[in-house]
Design a protein around this ligand. Structure first.
Ligand code: MG
Length: 227
């Protein structure tokens, strides 16, 4: 019998290959504004996107501004003017329409949903997270889905994990395993809250993630931990 009764799964880059989906969505952005989709375009976007998310996480800008400025600042640097909210809508729609999976994502959920309570815990945007889970029929596997954008708290905040833990029916904390790829949001955050954690590193990023109880390179390895 597994030590854990509840498995909390991060979504992006744990079950979904966000980078692959984002490539597709970004190409649409380039197409619409008539710019070449090249390394320079990508570098400029990723820099402004990262800056916007950092400002958002530090509560310097709100969610609407985050959605808009990452595209508007990119366009400005590339010498064009755009409607950021429009591009944002197109981008998010493309993300939902083009999900890409981490190897064995569905098999993992199907299998463990029979023996454990599964909870999706994600910091993504609400226009993407639930619609995408529904589109690929993953919502059937989760007892609860907790999207930071819907509740006003985000991983690694204690209030976020408190909310997710309540949603899960307040199981004994020692019986919860958090699985995720982000060393701070997933591993440090959940560990501080009192959960065991599993750092998954399918893209060989090799974060130290020192609080992690386990480290794995692919979802299949979860068998040896919770099987
Ligand atoms: Mg992630």
């Amino acid at each position: 019998m597994s030590k854990y009764t509840h498995l909390f799964f991060d979504l992006d880059n744990t079950l979904f290959d966000f980078s692959a989906s984002s490539e597709i969505a970004l190409q649409s952005f380039a197409e619409i504004v008539g710019l070449p989709y090249d390394d320079h375009f990508k570098e400029v976007y990723h820099r402004h996107n990262h800056a916007a998310w950092t400002h958002f996480e530090n509560k310097l800008i709100d969610g609407v501004t985050l959605r808009r400025v990452r595209f508007e600042d990119t366009a400005k640097e590339l010498g064009i003017k755009i409607d950021g909210m429009h591009i944002n809508r197109v981008y998010l729609k493309k993300l939902v329409e083009n999900p890409r999976f981490i190897d064995n994502a569905e098999e993992t959920l199907r299998k463990f949903s029979k023996t454990h309570q599964l909870v999706a815990v994600t910091n993504g945007l609400k226009e993407v997270q639930r619609p995408r889970l529904t589109k690929v029929n993953f919502d059937q596997y989760f007892a609860a889905v907790v999207v930071s954008d819907e509740i006003g708290y985000a991983k690694p905040e204690n209030a976020y994990f408190q909310y997710a833990w309540k949603k899960a029916g307040m199981p004994e904390k020692s019986k919860v395993l958090m699985i995720g790829d982000n060393p701070v949001a997933d591993i440090k955050g959940a560990s501080n809250f009192g959960f065991d954690t599993c750092y998954i590193d399918v893209f060989n990023r090799n974060h130290s993630a020192e609080e992690a109880t386990y480290r794995i390179k692919e979802l299949r390895e979860l068998d040896g931990i919770v099987g």
